[in-house]
Design a protein around this ligand. Structure first.
Ligand code: ZN
Length: 411
């Protein structure tokens, strides 16, 4: 046992204990409110649905705890038993140590590591989601999705990693890597919704009619000027409903789930659309991109330091001549242990944006009520946890809770 491994184990232990503490805090809080529907929710949710939302929250929490323990035990075994140096050594014998060979090795190691979590993913979709009526997918579609995802990550991921490994030999490579990867991220913001998402879902323009006229009118009035509003067949896989905004500039698009269209009235959909337009008009996308750029730059800088530090990969059992690939995978494992602590800060930032977009929507439709109605319906239909512990929601929630959003909208 050396200092690197001990540091890794301590960081992992602190993270897992914090996760478990937050989950138990939240579970106790939800249970303590589960006896009767809290007064502020009585207006829109009946006892039966409320009970169901409590049961769903508790079932998901239990699943999350088991999943986290399972994943982390496997990770510790992989690290302590020296599985990584063994696997890299084996692949080196088979395919060599060229840039491409190292990229393929990383890809294959990634696939092998994702295998143990497949049974849990299956259970979550076909047992947990199924039990609460959200699962709409079938085994064939589920497997097809996985295979498609794998092929896409092969086509995009392997050349990108090979390029990164090539760059590492250049002076100040981390700066070049940052520029290239950031441009790639911008490109993906266009490519992903236009070319990759349609491989999984159908996107159809909202048909002519009153709803379309009203939504396009709103979009013109707010200066968004959408050419089209797309409807996605989210119901193909899940009963959960949503709306989202992607891309930027000329490539901006607003997508409504078909499940959302079924659940909300025209007026409510208008408010949801206004909220999404708010994100665009208030510059939330470039702001988020800035944060991502800064963290990417720091990430590459740290990676550059670690690649030049033999103690780092020697600590995990690699030889000092192991090449770049081991450093990359060790970095990704370690960065997860550090970035966990940034979650509450990025979520705080994200919740600030949600309040701003809500305020924008309220002004755009001249009333807080349609948005409040739609948020209530969404909470009810998605069986959202209506009573999260405040510490839990401020750590994990990217959106403010329903009472927080209502209070802000009524101001
Ligand atoms: Zn939003």
């Amino acid at each position: 046992m050396n200092y690197v491994l001990i540091t890794f184990l301590i960081l992992l232990l602190i993270k897992v204990c914090t996760e478990l503490w937050l989950e138990s805090l939240n579970t106790k809080h939800v249970k303590s409110h589960s006896g009767a529907v809290p007064d502020s929710f009585k207006e829109f949710i009946d006892k039966k649905t409320y009970d169901k939302s409590v049961a769903y929250t508790l079932a998901k929490t239990k699943f999350g705890v088991i999943e986290s323990l399972y994943d982390n035990i496997i990770l510790v075994l992989i690290i302590l038993l020296g599985v990584l140096p063994f696997m890299f050594g084996m692949f080196e014998c088979w395919i060599g140590i060229s840039n491409w060979a190292q990229a393929v090795t990383l890809f294959l190691v990634g696939i092998i590591f994702s295998i143990p979590s497949i049974p849990l993913e299956w259970w979550e979709q076909f047992r947990l989601e199924e039990k609460f009526g959200f699962n709409k997918t079938n085994l064939k579609l589920w497997i097809t999705d996985k295979v498609k995802g794998l092929i896409i990550s092969l086509i995009l991921g392997v050349p990108l990693i090979a390029l990164l490994i090539f760059l590492v030999n250049l002076p100040n490579w981390w700066l070049w890597a940052f520029i290239i990867f950031f441009c790639f991220q911008l490109l993906m913001m266009i490519v992903y919704p236009q070319f990759i998402m349609p491989l999984f879902n159908k996107f159809e323009p909202l048909p002519e009619g009153e709803l379309r006229t009203r939504l396009l009118d709103l979009s013109d009035r707010t200066g968004f000027k959408a050419k089209t509003i797309l409807v996605m067949d989210g119901s193909k896989r899940s009963g959960h409903s949503n709306a989202f905004f992607t891309g930027f500039g000329k490539f901006r698009r607003i997508v409504l789930f078909d499940t959302l269209m079924e659940q909300l009235s025209t007026e409510e959909l208008e408010a949801v659309l206004a909220h999404e337009i708010g994100h665009y008009k208030l510059g939330h996308i470039p702001k988020m991109l800035m944060i991502s750029a800064v963290s990417m730059l720091i990430g590459f800088w740290v990676l550059a330091y670690l690649i030049d530090s033999p103690w780092f990969y020697e600590g995990f059992g690699f030889s000092p001549t192991s090449g770049v690939a081991p450093a990359l995978i060790l970095f990704s494992i370690m960065s997860g242990l550090i970035s966990f602590w940034l979650t509450p800060f990025t979520n705080l930032w994200s919740r600030k944006h949600e309040y701003e977009a809500d305020e924008f929507a309220k002004k755009a439709v001249n009333s807080p009520n349609p948005l409040i109605q739609s948020l209530r319906k969404l909470s009810e239909k998605n069986l959202s946890n209506l009573t999260p512990h405040p510490t839990y929601s401020s750590f994990y929630y990217s959106h403010p809770t329903l009472p927080e959003r209502e209070a802000a909208l009524k101001k």
